[in-house]
Each structure stands twice: as structure tokens, then as C-alpha cells.
Design a protein around this ligand. Sequence first.
Ligand SMILES: [Zn+2]
Length: 226
Amino acid sequence: MLSKLLDLLYPRLCFACSSNPVAKDVSICLSCEYKITPTIYHTMPENTVAERFYGRVKIERATTAFSFVKGGLLQQLIHKLKYDNRPEIGIELGKIYGNILRDSGIWSDIDFVIPVPLHPKKKHQRGYNQAEMWGQGLAESLGIELRNDLLIRTDYTESQTKKSRTERFANVENVFSVTDPKTLEKKQILLVDDVLTTGATLEACSNTLLKSTDVFINIVCIALAD
Ligand SMILES: [Zn+2]
């Protein structure tokens, strides 16, 4: 009774537009949901996302969750997630896509969700790691444990955004470290990040993981943007 009354007085709002009320157990309104289109890459072993890593690093599967349109709603949401203190956006997007992955049944063998780590200094500035928020939503939907302690960042690097492709690769080559190779041995992991651009950071993380232990790497990012 009380919760119904509270819902009437303070309706829950859509996480994307922050204006339309949404029903219980729903986080996004229909009009926003319509503007965020999931990809079907997770159903295709060979796809444009996986191809980015061919010949660079051994990964099992790779997918980006939603179609990226410049200036579109998803780009605005990712911007808010990264720069506007809206961690719940990452969690909600993760839940939506996690449900899609779960229902597909194709990705049911994953043992851990592992976010691309932010340097502690950067995490402190932002208040959270946006990749971890995305991973948290995925982990929740998939019923898998998120582990942010197995792969850590040991060196502070400058932001990637103003760097050339070559500089980006050199910048992240040796900044990651695996804390507990034994726990990861023979495991299928879901390595997650927000936006996939050059793939330099994901490649560096994957190389560090593969050098440390016998692990199977699957990559899931929110979107592919060039
Ligand atoms: Zn909305």
C-alpha cells in the first residue's frame, strides 16, 4: 500500500530521458527503447567486432551491444555515463543487453565478468569505473560474478582521446597486471569496456591476461564507434 502510494507520488523515471515514468521492473520507456537498437553480433561468431582482433590477439568471441549513431540517444547516454556522474546508465544498459545474451543461450558458459580497469586515481576523480557499471548490469542479468580485482591497472596513463592510433597502442602496452592467475585458469571470461574504438586497451588487457594464464577471452562493449 505504502509503496503503491510512493509510486504515485514519485513515479520512477526512465533512466535515458529522465522524464517519462516507467512501470516497476522496467528502467527505460518505450520511446527511448525504440531509439536504442541492439545488434545481432552476439549471434555471429564472425562479425565486424571480432574481426578487429583478428591477427592481433586470440579471443573467442566479441560483440558490441547497441548500434551507434552519431548524435543519437546512445551516444548521449554514454557521454553522461562517462562525464556526468550517471553510473546507473551503465548498469541499466548492461541489464538490457545481459538479458539478450542470456536469452540467446549462446553465451551461457561465461565464468566471470571482468571490467577493463581504470587507474585508481581516475576512478577516484569520476567516482566509479564506467566499464565496471556496464559489467555490473551484465553480470546481474547473466547471473555471473563480476570480478574487478583479478585484472588491475598498475600505471597511470594519459587519456586516449587525443592520441593517434600508434600512440594509443604504445600508451597502454604495459599498464595492466593479473593478480590471481590461478583463479582465471581455464575460465571463460567476459572482458567488458564502454566504447570500442581502436581496441588498443582491450588488446593490451587480453595480452596481459593470456601471458599470465590459460584463459578464454570474450569481449562485450556497449558500442562500436570509430
Ligand atoms: Zn525515456
